[in-house]
Design a protein around this ligand. Structure first.
Ligand code: NAD
Length: 304
């Protein structure tokens, strides 16, 4: 029986993973550095993922055998304090690995990101294994994490798995300081008939994934047979790619009346070093990955 610990569980992705595990009757212990604002329908513990001892105690107390380690300082927030970003992203991951070795954790999920790519990665259509030259501290930490996965899996016979998520779009759980957050912000403002100041240029194209595809895809990936997984670091996945202007037009077609004012800031500089499109062929071949949501179906969810 799976007994799952989620770290950083109160963030955009964590909320949705909690809901999934509860629905499937899988034991889940949510943890975060802060208290939940609303009641969760599962056990909860405050855990600072930088605190190795506390992690160890909780893993033992609840007999945890699977960890989803979601703690991170995301791209845009990370650029404001790169030292903190590196420390949180790397030290917490090392802690999870140490605790996993000691407690014989069966499986660990650790998300990587499209931030590992850079201007040398052929950004028009990024393959699984291009040159990686990340430009943000977030991307650098994700790339280092990918390398740690293959190193520790081999050295300690662990089963740490990873996906390179593009921008995740969700409407119930709020985003946590990424470069793709504009999608949810623009939808929210225009739906209310308010104007939106967009921090990207109108033609900055980025890959996205609707939350349901992200959660179900991750679960499918985590349940795949290890022998089928040929990529030893992190797999590319994607849903669809869009520009802010394309999103604005779609929202207007859906009857929204607010305007978008384009005022690009440092986040547009980050986005310029990220992929426009992702090639996820290897995920399709190795573990049968398929995204079900495109832009139109994602917007249908926004207007439900
Ligand atoms: N959301 C996206 O678009 C996206 C895209 C690519 C990759 N990812 C990755 O997915 C993971 C989850 O992302 P998210 O969007 O849910 O992030 P988020 O920022 O919404 O949530 C992160 C959570 O971690 C918690 N946290 C921060 N420091 C902590 C610490 N020291 N100990 C314990 N908890 C701490 C925060 O309180 C927050 O609830 C991250 O690793 C992120 O890099 C997300």
């Amino acid at each position: 029986m799976e007994r799952v610990l989620i770290t950083g569980a109160l963030g955009q992705l964590g909320h949705e993973f909690i809901k999934f595990f509860i629905k499937k009757n899988i034991y889940v212990l949510a943890s975060d550095i802060r208290r939940p604002e609303e009641k969760l329908n599962c056990d909860f513990e405050i855990i600072d993922a930088m605190d190795n001892k506390r992690l160890n105690v909780v893993v033992k107390k609840y007999n945890i055998n699977t960890i989803y380690h979601l703690v991170a300082v995301l791209s845009a927030t990370g650029e404001k304090n790169p030292f903190k970003s590196w420390k949180v992203n790397m030290e917490s991951f090392q802690n999870i690995i140490e605790v996993s070795i000691e407690n014989k954790i069966k499986k660990i999920f650790w998300p990587s990101s499209i931030a590992v790519f850079g201007t040398k990665s052929n950004l028009e259509n990024v393959s699984q294994d291009p040159i990686l030259n990340p430009n943000t501290i977030y991307g650098i930490s994700k790339l280092a994490g990918e390398k740690l996965i293959s190193y520790y899996n081999k050295k300690y016979d662990l089963d740490i798995r990873s996906l390179r998520y593009p921008g995740i779009i969700s409407f119930e759980s709020k985003p946590g300081g990424g470069t793709t957050d504009y999608v949810m912000e623009m939808i929210e403002s225009l739906k209310k008939g308010e104007d939106y100041i967009c921090f990207l240029e109108k033609d900055t194209r980025l890959p996205m994934l609707y939350i349901e595809d992200a959660i179900l895809g991750t679960i499918k990936f985590m349940s795949s047979k290890k022998k089928n997984l040929n990529v030893k670091e992190s797999y590319n996945i994607t849903g669809f790619s869009i520009t802010p202007e394309e999103l604005e037009l779609k929202l207007k077609e859906n009857g929204c009346i607010g305007n978008v004012i384009y005022r690009p800031d440092y986040r547009n500089e980050i986005a310029k070093t990220w992929p426009k499109n992702i090639n996820d062929k290897i995920s399709k071949e190795d573990w049968n990955w398929k995204a079900n949501f495109g832009l139109n179906s994602t917007l249908e969810e926004a207007f439900k």
